[in-house]
Unconditional design. Structure first.
Length: 254
């Protein structure tokens, strides 16, 4: 059975595709930097990949509409991006659905948008499905969006963290504060990933906390019922418990 309405892919806990739903799926291949720049250097292509940033899988006709190009032009661009490793395609009966090839592609797009700003998408009824990403979303396993930037600001103002070049350092006050939240900082520092990376937010154009610390914070907020993230999606919603929690703990009004 083809269920295109719920076809979603990426996120750290991506489980949007399974054998029952996936008929034809091409895996992404490595792409050279100059090839990536050429692929995203065409406005229509940049707009189409941005239309997929929420994790949806969309048909060529939909992507053509969002980018303001003809279906034939969209098909040409989509084929180039599949071949270049930016997109993957799934056949469902006689339809093809396109999605971002991997979380790494999403991360590259996030970084590009931090510099240039997102391309304009043609307005339509489902625009509301993309706009909420600017408030709270997952970014490579950690919290991103306006809420994440506010959190980084509050933790900086309270002396928990300080920014040094491309990473955050945790103060003694922060060590105690994070421990009170239930975070095991020594264990986080032993992980292979960077501990507290500064990540520039594409929607806010300001930094939020990435790395192991950022991921641990998002996990803690989810476990405490402050945040809700549907499986396989990037959009994050703040619960009523979370609204109270962010205000009492960090002075953030959601």
């Amino acid at each position: 059975m083809c269920r295109n309405a719920g076809l979603v892919y990426f996120g750290e806990d991506s489980d949007g595709f399974d054998e029952d739903r996936s008929v034809e799926l091409r895996d992404a291949k490595p792409v050279e930097l100059h090839e990536l720049a050429a692929l995203l250097g065409v406005p229509a292509r940049a707009t189409m990949v941005w239309a997929l940033i929420a994790g949806d899988a969309l048909p060529a006709s939909e992507l053509a509409y969002r980018a303001g190009v003809t279906p034939q032009t969209a098909s040409h661009h989509l084929a180039r991006m599949v071949a270049g490793g930016l997109l993957a395609v799934e056949r469902c009966l006689r339809y093809r659905y396109y999605r971002l090839a991997s979380p790494q592609v999403a991360e590259v797009l996030e970084n590009f948008m931090a510099l240039s700003g997102p391309p304009a998408l043609r307005d339509r009824a489902d625009r509301s499905a993309i706009d909420p990403l600017s408030h709270a979303r997952s970014c490579y396993g950690h919290l991103a969006g306006k809420l994440a930037v506010q959190l980084a600001d509050q933790l900086t103002d309270r002396g928990w963290i300080t920014l040094h070049d491309r990473d955050y350092a945790v103060s003694e006050v922060g060590e105690r504060g994070f421990a009170a939240l239930g975070l095991d900082l020594p264990n986080l520092r032993r992980q292979h990933r960077l501990f507290a990376r500064r990540c520039i937010d594409w929607s806010e154009r300001r930094p939020h906390i990435g790395g192991a610390l950022g991921a641990a914070l998002m996990t803690r907020f989810q476990e405490d019922g402050w945040l809700r993230k549907p499986a396989g999606q990037r959009k994050i919603s703040v619960t009523s418990v979370g609204q109270q929690g962010f205000w009492k703990a960090f002075g953030i009004q959601v």
